[in-house]
Design a protein around this ligand. Sequence first.
Ligand SMILES: NC(=O)c1ccc[n+]([C@@H]2O[C@H](COP(=O)([O-])OP(=O)(O)OC[C@H]3O[C@@H](n4cnc5c(N)ncnc54)[C@H](O)[C@@H]3O)[C@@H](O)[C@H]2O)c1
Length: 252
Amino acid sequence: MRGLAGKVAIVAGGARGIGAATARRLAEEGASVVIGDLLVDQAQETAAAIMADGGQAIAVALDGTNAESQAAIVKAARDAFGGLDIYISNLAGGTDGDIDALNCPVEVLDKSFAINTKSHFLATQAALPAMLERGGGAMLYTSSGAATGGAPWQVAYPMTKNAIHALARHVASRWGKQGIRANAVCPGLVLTEAVKIHLTDEYVEKAQKGIPHTRLGQPEDLAAALTFLASDDGAWVNGQVWHVNGGAQMRD
Ligand SMILES: NC(=O)c1ccc[n+]([C@@H]2O[C@H](COP(=O)([O-])OP(=O)(O)OC[C@H]3O[C@@H](n4cnc5c(N)ncnc54)[C@H](O)[C@@H]3O)[C@@H](O)[C@H]2O)c1
């Protein structure tokens, strides 16, 4: 993809799963990558694997819900690689106890918003000044098909993910003239380790049969979309929410 060689990217929530695949793909395309995660050991393993393949990567401890931690990872990108061009805000969590609106404890709602919405806001506050200094950059947010699917079994997670769409559109419209692009990507069911441990074989088989594709998603499918949006090939995509899901939901 065009325009990634020499760029500097942060992948928040990049230790494993979709984030790790995106870090690998960005590095393959020539970007230097800063991987931030609570799972520092796994983030270091991912960075080491990228380096072993000839790429540039470092790992940094990140709590995305904390403004100082977000500022520190942007500083780490500047110190290690000279600036920041791309921030992939991919982390998520905190969904235990998230059931229907009458039974989801308010503490679960608050925790979900802290991890799945506030972290992306703080990432934006930390990253934008560094990108504006470089004349622009790409903010990318990982949302979910759950934002638009309508599900009877969970309330907080879809609410938190919808908020990211508003954030992406705000950033795109406010700073587009200054070279910033902001987009969100909604994965369908992707067989990452974090997801697989919750699914039975029967569920996976039924999910696969239920989508108009030959298979369910792999982390690399999302990495490809996110990397495209971060690249110059995605230069005219701004303020959009892309569903990458094998056709599971078909949306305008
Ligand atoms: N896998 C799927 O089927 C699927 C579907 C829809 C959306 N998504 C979204 O895609 C993204 C990645 O999902 P995944 O399946 O790779 O999950 P994952 O759990 O493997 O990756 C999320 C990463 O975020 C990290 N993280 C969580 N809280 C953090 C915090 N406060 N600070 C820093 N790091 C933190 C985790 O340690 C983990 O490494 C998430 O935003 C998820 O909501 C995934």
